[in-house]
Design a protein around this ligand. Structure first.
Ligand code: HEC
Ligand code: HEC
Length: 279
C-alpha cells in the first residue's frame, strides 16, 4: 500500500538522521551494557554529572506519552513538555537547526524502536549550574533558534545534525561557544578532553590535509599518520560520519575545508613529540 510505503520511507529517512545526529551513543549506557536508547550514560563535566534519559517509547519511563509537538519542542527550543529548560548537555543548540521534515522523520524512527522500561537517573550538578532555570539566561546569551535556510548541505550536516562544533569549537567560562574561533579546538573542553583544531590553518589545523585524508578518517577512522581515532571521535566516526552517504561526506568535507582558518596550537604535533622536528 502506498501509505505504508510512505511510512516506511519516513522511518528509513529517520534512521539516517538518527545516525548522523549520533543519538544512540549518548542515550545508551554502553559501559554497563545498558539497553539501547534507554539512557543512563553519565557525562562528567565541569558543571557536574549528567545522565541521559530514556528515549524509547516506553509509556512510564520513556517518551511514550509524548506528542510530536513535545518532541519538536525538545529539539527546536530545548524545552521539556512542562516548559522547563533542558541543559545544553543535550545538544539541542545544534539540533534546533534541523528542518521540520528531518525532525518528523526522526520522530517516526524513534517511535518504531522497542520500548524499554528503565527509570531515569537524576543529574548530580554543582550549584549554581544545578538550577534548571538559570539555563534560561544561558539560552538568552548563546542559543540561536531555528533552521538556517542559507546553509549549504555540508554545514547543515556539521552543525545541525552531527554537531561537530559542540566539541571542536572552544567555549568560554559559561560554556558558550566562541564563534570567532569556530572549529579551532581546545586544550581542555568541559569534559576534560583535548580537542584538535580542524580549521584549514596550515600550521595548527588541518590545512595540509587532502580531501582523501578526511574521507579516510570519516569512513574508517584512520588519520593521515596511520593511527586510528578513539574515544569520542571514534564514536562520532562509527555512529555518524561512517554512515553518511558518499555525497553527504563530500559535502561535509568541502564545508570543513571552507571555514576560516584559526591559528590555535592545541597540542604538539606528533613529530615534535618524538623529537624528529627541531622546533
Ligand atoms: C552529547 C550527548 C547527547 C546526544 C548526542 C543526544 N542527546 Fe538527547 N539528551 C542528552 C542529555 C544529557 C539529556 C538530558 C538533558 C536534561 O535533562 O536537561 C537529553 C535529553 C533528551 C530528550 C528529553 C527526554 C526527556 O525525558 O525529557 C530527548 C527526547 C532526547 N534527548 C532525544 C535525543 C535525540 C533524538 C538525539 C539525536 C538527534 C539526542 N537526544 C542526542 C544527551 C544527548
Ligand atoms: C564528542 C566530541 C566530538 C565530536 C562531536 C566530534 N569530534 Fe572530531 N575529534 C574529537 C576528539 C577528542 C578528537 C581527537 C581524537 C584522537 O586524536 O583520537 C577529534 C578529532 C577530529 C579530527 C582529526 C584532527 C587531527 O588533527 O587529528 C577531525 C578532522 C575531526 N575530529 C572532525 C570532526 C567532524 C567533522 C565532526 C562532526 C562530524 C566531529 N569531529 C565531531 C571530538 C569530537
Amino acid at each position: 500500500m502506498a501509505q505504508n510505503r510512505g511510512a516506511q520511507d519516513l522511518v528509513a529517512n529517520g534512521e539516517y538522521i538518527f545516525n548522523l545526529a549520533g543519538c544512540v551513543g549518548c542515550h545508551t549506557d554502553k559501559k554497563t551494557r545498558g539497553p539501547r536508547l534507554a539512557g543512563g550514560r553519565a557525562f562528567k563535566t565541569d558543571f557536574g554529572t549528567f545522565f541521559s534519559p530514556n528515549i524509547t517509547p516506553d509509556l512510564d519511563t520513556g517518551i511514550g506519552k509524548w506528542t510530536f509537538a513535545d518532541f519538536r519542542q525538545a529539539l527546536r527550543d530545548g524545552l521539556r513538555p512542562d516548559g522547563a529548560h533542558y541543559f545544553p548537555a543535550f545538544p539541542y543548540t545544534s539540533y534546533t537547526h534541523m528542518t521540520d521534515d528531518d525532525i518528523s522523520a526522526l520522530w517516526a524512527y524513534l517511535q518504531a524502536q522497542p520500548s524499554v522500561s528503565k527509570p531515569n537517573q537524576a543529574h548530580q550538578l554543582n550549584a549554581p549550574f544545578g538550577w534548571r532555570w538559570l539555563v534560561g539566561f544561558w539560552k538568552a546569551l548563546y542559543f540561536e533558534k531555528g533552521p538556517k535556510s542559507a546553509w549549504p548541505r555540508g554545514r547543515y550536516i556539521a552543525e545541525a545534525l552531527s554537531h561537530c562544533p559542540e566539541c571542536h569549537t572552544p567555549r568560554n567560562w559559561l560554556g558558550g561557544q566562541k564563534t570567532d574561533m569556530a572549529y579551532g579546538g581546545t586544550q581542555k573542553n568541559p569534559e576534560g578532553l583535548t580537542i584538535p583544531n580542524i580549521t584549514p590553518d596550515l600550521e595548527t589545523g588541518t590545512g595540509k590535509w587532502k580531501s582523501g585524508d578526511f574521507e579516510m578518517l570519516f569512513s574508517i577512522g584512520m588519520l593521515p599518520d596511520g593511527d586510528f581515532v578513539g574515544g569520542v571521535m571514534g564514536e562520532s566516526v562509527s555512529h555518524s560520519t561512517s554512515k553518511m552517504t558518499l555525497e553527504d561526506r563530500k559535502a561535509l568535507i568541502t564545508y570543513l575545508q571552507s571555514v576560516a582558518p584559526v591559528h590555535n596550537q592545541v597540542k604538539p604535533k606528533k613529530a615534535e613529540k618524538s623529537g624528529t622536528d627541531a622546533w
